[in-house]
Design a protein around this ligand. Sequence first.
Ligand code: ZN
Ligand code: ZN
Length: 396
Amino acid sequence: MPPTQHKDYYAILGVKKTATADEIRKAFRKAARKYHPDVNPGDKKAEEKFKEISEANDILSDEKKRKIYDQFGFYSDQIDPAAAEAAARGGHGQGVPIDFGGFDFSDFAASGAQAGTSGAQSGGWGGFRDIFSDLFSKGGRQQQGPEAGTDLEYQVTVDFWTAIRGGTTRLEIHRREVCPTCKGKATTGGSHTCPECNGTGQVTQMGGRMKFNIQCPRCGGTGKVTNACPTCHGEGTIARTEHIDFRIKPGTRDGQRIRLAGKGNAGTNGGAAGDLYLIIRTGTNPVFTRQVDDIHITVPVTVAEAALGSKIEVPTIDGRAQLKIPPATQSGQKLRMRERGVSSATQEGRRGDQIVTVEIVVPHVQDERSKEILREFAKLNPADPRETIWAKIGIA
Ligand SMILES: [Zn+2]
Ligand SMILES: [Zn+2]
């Protein structure tokens, strides 16, 4: 039984202790590409390194295993995750030994013998076994069952007009697909002697300064490990870039989520594929501004049109339309054109409005005749438009 020293799995993968599952996955991928035996034929060092990173990934990529490893500094399938969690919560949970540090078995044996001579009862190894039986669950390694694929999320920008009128859009996605060689089983059959325990099924591990034998975590005590599929390197899935075409419903809004069932990452061992979620970002237009189903537009109007009132032509998303400017329309005033907005994607038959903001354009008066008319106009309309401002200030 080769003793297994404490291994710093985080250092092996080159990630921080606080690394997210995604960071661990990426670090492993990167290292695996570098050290894979297929890439380094006959290189013993690379092979060892590859085994090391695979082991680190095996533990850190599994939330339950990682918790146990974080708590005890090593991993064993025989440790009940619940016990690790209780220990992690701090506190001496029910009979869970949380501090192996500073404990040396040789010291214990010596003191136990001493205690024995003075007539006191001592647990000795038996006592420790009792404690460990709380720590270790009875169940052995579980058979790897089907594992569902993860969901994918992509943000897609859809052109302004396509979002309003509907259409199709093409997107390039990177997803994991079932490995064609092993059909997702991660192995092509056959097995070899477990390199971790040299086929014995047991390893010696350190807990603080204490050693004890546990079932080999790599092979689950069988002494054999299955041969990894050469195509997917034992992952069961392979990375693939795919082009997908999908339909955009008329009236699709900014931020809308579209779910494409089964288009996420493939599962392993017959597990279901994840879903693909598309978050729609709608494009902009230089004239129209869309707010949900309403369309906003600013339209320039002449002084005469605004003062006298008029009928003008304005752009809408359906083309030109007539808009009545009432007499005495002010600059900045908003006029609503009912049901000239976007057809709702969620409510059948409902349509948004178009809101027109009037912007009065003051002419550059050049000829004498126009100037004369404006002076005369001023004389006829002596009212001071600033009058109310003074009243509103509150002091004379
Ligand atoms: Zn083994
Ligand atoms: Zn495969």
